[in-house]
Design a binder for this molecule. Structure first.
Ligand SMILES: [Zn+2]
Length: 731
């Protein structure tokens, strides 16, 4: 499984951008109707909304006290809400935010920093540092024996749905302890959930990266496109292996071999590792396609041979074990493309996953068949195509491709546009063409769009695709969705890159392992995989459904879990930088509750306010519609300054101010926004205004808040541009 980056990230970004464009003092909506039912899901984005429902539905706060702002006693004293209630509500909000942020925790608690086992015995240890908790989830297996260790796969997790977070990578704290043993990274195939962690992890724990030619091409591609500079002295070392000749390379005490397997990206392989304890096989992602378009069939003969020689343990991916039967061959969809192109009156647009080069080849073939030229758009796809052509993986006759810039001048019936965006990603090439926002191509009546993928399950992308297709149909565009091919009277438009149940069983039957370890899948799906293995004759005692971090020890006749090493998720933002869990918690709080800043300018000598308190609200309430509350808050602030400023020190004063504001705002709105008091003390040569948030501009002049914001906005846009070069994830 490979998660789709382009599908979810830009959706969140678009939201963020919108917020950033809001002008002063605007916020989501007026108090009374902002959050009906007290629900805490993020409105707007279908994705956030969907997941938010389950994650954030647990808040015990309802909207029942919403009108409490009106409840005052005769002399104007507040009555409804005690200070304790306000504080408890604030704590609850913080705990909610913490819980959401903690779904993706680094292994940072001190006790867990060190593994709870010491083991130098001649046992083989297999540890899932990632990927044991769901498909598409930073797949990463560590194999360790005495003084040698290798890592198989090193992916990232693009399904992390937290504000400003692009993806997660595995917490590799354990590698600190065995750094000197690490001999190699061995990669099964070039999807991001198998290679996306490499640019973060390899520079920290250097070792050469082994893989097939296409996989190594992809590895080089992601290192080239990585946003951050590599540390000084770091050198990317790769070893390209031939997956057809059964060559075996010695890596420490191990021998490694790659075996060709079919999946949805070229160069996919099983990794065979011969160790002093016995042979293990990691299948990588696979299906057994009997008739792949590139004629590169799975090397079933070799798998059988290996099985006959003896396999100690099979580590088999588990993505779609719950799917019955067999996955249809990729070749079943080629005719569908030819048929649709036959009847399409005008231009044809095909949206698909960016690394699915076999599919691209299929479209090239169909286009040539119909004398159409191809234009391609979507940076990640173009990048992978270039790499694939350079390495000779594609058969592209000269003159087949035309630049996207000249697409508009081509006769309609001679053009096919291949692009990213089949998941409805808001910033994708397809979406921009559909919206008329694309520089060169705008969709019109009589165009045909083929969506050659299905929305990634549980991603929320089906809603995005729905919105996009609605827009297209309104324009009079013919849309072929993979799921509706029967309705449309055409053949299949997409098949999965993963096996179905019968094929998973065959993998076990071919390799005849003594022990069976399901990997790369959700716990429940791995359990199904174990049941399947038992059906094929593996004793249940010879299977284990391990969690991330659990240490599976193997001897020639025993498999057991002997302990645990630190495991967890490190969060990465759009620039490639690591983001602390604490920061994420604040972002969630901001997203849920908003922010209120008050700026007080106080004369040091007199202790009087020099101007009316400035109140800035973001994502909290719309101030213009709530003047009464804001005026009330200003009065509270004036009173607080009068009564307390001269009596306590500045830090204490600010703490009190925060508490007081929290109480006041909670009472009137039933919410606990993040509160930032800024107190400028002027005059008397005493403590200068603080805090020092302003930075210095080029001329020595202090930058204004607007300038700082403009710069941040610019950086954000650069990040976003860079993000679009990243790859998508594939079923
Ligand atoms: Zn894959």
């Amino acid at each position: 499984m490979e998660p789709n980056n382009e599908s979810n990230e830009p959706a969140r970004q678009a939201q963020g951008e919108q917020k950033a464009n809001n002008n002063e003092q605007t916020s989501s909506a007026p108090v009374q109707n902002d959050r009906p039912n007290g629900g805490r899901g993020r409105g707007g984005a279908p994705r956030g909304g969907q997941r938010g429902g389950s994650q954030r539905g647990g808040s015990s706060r309802g909207g029942q006290g919403r009108q409490s702002g009106e409840r005052k006693t005769e002399n104007g004293e507040r009555s409804g809400v005690s200070r304790g209630q306000a504080i408890r509500a604030q704590k609850r909000s913080q705990m909610d935010a913490q819980r959401i942020a903690n779904q993706f925790m680094p292994a940072s608690t001190d006790e867990k920093r060190r593994p709870n086992f010491i083991d130098d015995s001649p046992r083989l240890k297999i540890i899932g540092l990632g990927g044991m908790d769901g498909g598409g989830s930073k797949n990463m297996m560590l194999v360790e024996y005495m003084n040698d260790a290798v890592i198989i796969d090193c992916g990232n997790d693009l399904s992390v749905d937290l504000p400003g977070i692009n993806y997660g990578i595995a917490d590799t704290a354990y590698l600190d302890q065995i750094k000197n043993k690490l001999r190699a990274y061995i990669i099964t195939h070039g999807h991001l959930d198998h290679i996306g962690g490499l640019p973060h992890i390899v520079p920290k724990y250097p070792a050469p990266i082994y893989g097939s030619k296409f996989t190594i091409g992809r590895v080089e591609e992601i290192f080239e496109n990585f946003g951050l500079p590599m540390p000084d002295g770091f050198e990317l070392r790769t070893v390209t292996m031939n997956e057809d000749t059964h060559e075996r390379l010695k890596v420490g005490e191990f021998f490694v071999e790659l075996v060709r397997i079919t999946h949805s990206i070229p160069g996919s392989t099983c990794v065979v590792l011969d160790t002093p304890v016995g042979r293990i096989i990691n299948t990588g992602d696979f299906r057994f396609d009997p008739n792949p378009l590139d004629h590169e069939r799975s090397d079933i003969e070799r798998l059988k041979e290996l099985g006959n020689e003896g396999v100690l343990a099979l580590l088999s991916e588990s993505t779609t074990v719950e799917r019955m039967g067999r996955t249809p061959s990729e070749s079943t969809i080629e005719q569908s493309f030819i048929d649709i192109m036959q009847q399409a009156p005008g231009r044809i647009f095909v949206g698909l996953f960016s690394t699915n080069m076999n599919r691209v080849q299929m479209i090239i073939n169909a286009a040539i068949h119909h004398n159409r030229k191809i234009a391609m758009d979507g940076r990640s796809m173009v990048s992978t195509l270039e790499m694939a052509v350079r390495h000779g993986f594609m058969k592209v006759p000269k003159g087949t491709f035309v630049p996207i810039a000249s697409a508009a001048t081509m006769p309609d019936d001679q053009l096919v546009v291949v692009c990213t965006g089949s998941q409805g990603e808001p910033s994708s090439a397809l979406q921009r063409m559909a919206n008329g926002e694309h520089r060169h191509v705008k969709m019109k009546e009589q165009d045909t769009v083929i969506l050659s993928s299905t929305p990634i399950p549980e991603s929320g992308n089906d809603a995005l695709v729905g919105v996009m297709v609605d827009g297209l149909v309104k324009k009079g565009v013919h849309v072929f969705e993979a799921r509706n091919h029967d309705l449309d009277g055409v053949g299949p438009l997409h098949v999965s890159g993963h096996a179905s149940r019968d094929e998973y069983a065959e993998m076990i039957e071919y390799t005849k392992p003594k022990f069976f370890i399901p990997i790369y899948g959700a716990y429940r799906v791995k359990q199904r995989h174990i049941d399947l293995a038992v059906e094929t004759g593996i004793p249940r005692a010879n299977t284990v459904n391990a969690l991330n971090g659990e240490v599976i020890a193997l001897t020639p006749d025993k498999m057991e879990v002997i302990g645990e090493v630190p495991s967890g998720t490190i969060l990465v933002d759009q620039t490639g930088a690591i983001v602390s869990n604490v920061v994420v918690k604040d972002r969630v709080l901001l997203a849920e509750e908003g922010l209120v800043a008050v700026i007080l300018t106080i004369d040091k000598k007199s202790g009087n306010l020099m101007t009316s308190p400035d109140i800035v609200s973001r994502g909290f309430i719309y101030m213009r519609d709530n003047e009464e509350i804001m005026n009330g808050l200003r009065n509270e602030l004036r009173r607080a300054v009068q009564q307390r400023f001269k009596r306590v020190d500045l830090d204490r004063f600010k703490t009190e101010l925060k508490d007081h504001m929290n109480h006041f705002l909670f009472e009137h709105t039933q919410r606990s926004p993040i509160i930032i008091p800024v107190v400028n003390v002027i005059g008397g040569g005493g403590p200068k205004g603080e805090p020092k948030t302003a930075t210095v501009a080029a001329g020595g002049r202090t930058k204004t808040a607007e300038e700082v914001a403009a710069e941040q906005q610019k950086r954000f846009q650069q990040m976003r541009a860079r993000l679009l070069t990243q790859d998508s994830r594939i079923d």
